[in-house]
Ligand binder design. Sequence first.
Ligand SMILES: Nc1ncnc2c1ncn2[C@@H]1O[C@H](COP(=O)(O)OP(=O)(O)OP(=O)(O)O)[C@@H](O)[C@H]1O
Ligand SMILES: [Mg+2]
Length: 238
Amino acid sequence: MSGGVAADASALLLEAIDVVRTYRLGRDVEVPALRGVSFQVDHGDYVAIVGSSGSGKSTLLNLLGVLDRPTSGQVRYDGRDVRELPDAELARLRNQRIGFVFQSFHLLPRLTAVDNVILPLVYRPGTKRERRERAEAALAAVGLADRMAHRPGELSGGQQQRVAIARALVTEPALVLADEPTGNLDTTTGEDIMALLESIQAEQDTALVVITHEPEIAHRAARTIVLRDGVIADGSSP
Ligand SMILES: Nc1ncnc2c1ncn2[C@@H]1O[C@H](COP(=O)(O)OP(=O)(O)OP(=O)(O)O)[C@@H](O)[C@H]1O
Ligand SMILES: [Mg+2]
């Protein structure tokens, strides 16, 4: 863990400053996906991102997750511009401090539930057995103690998303980024998944940033950011 986290529990975690992301198609075509987006996420925050298809939501989430780099502007974690971090630290940020949950689960089909959850722990010190025990505890915490040895194809959609959540949380990240985590689930299962994410956000002081099309989910967040054509149309400040 990085120093001073407990003392800064209510402080700024991450900041986007005038972030621009332009995709380049071939030589001549430029697609301006984000055109200057600024906002802040505190430790333990709960932010919903909404906006119509193509408004730049996933592009923004990928930038916040350091899976992609802005064309211009800054993404800052703990006060540091991610462009200034050496590769090893970037990898550590991605692997240890940020958890991802996607609409289509993104589990590895050939691995069992517990082996999927162990994956983010491979960079961790400790024995193989300790990693397995941690993964088992994470699966138990999402209600899957009796499904450890199942492969994704042997699980329901809601169960697969629980495995993905266990995988996102097993490193005890400061931030969970979720891109339409209930998009492939029926309403009841989707509500269970959101309740699970929200309980983790509340109990572990994990910041949660969730993209959603569903107004009911957006209403549950502490605040909502509305993206329109690559800019924030509403809700940039808390
Ligand atoms: N890799 C890419 N190359 C070129 N253009 C892209 C790429 N990814 C996204 N875009 C374009 O950038 C814009 C924003 O895309 P993005 O995926 O962020 O939208 P979104 O808000 O997540 O939409 P949805 O709700 O449909 O998931 C869109 O116009 C899209 O066509
Ligand atoms: Mg998207």
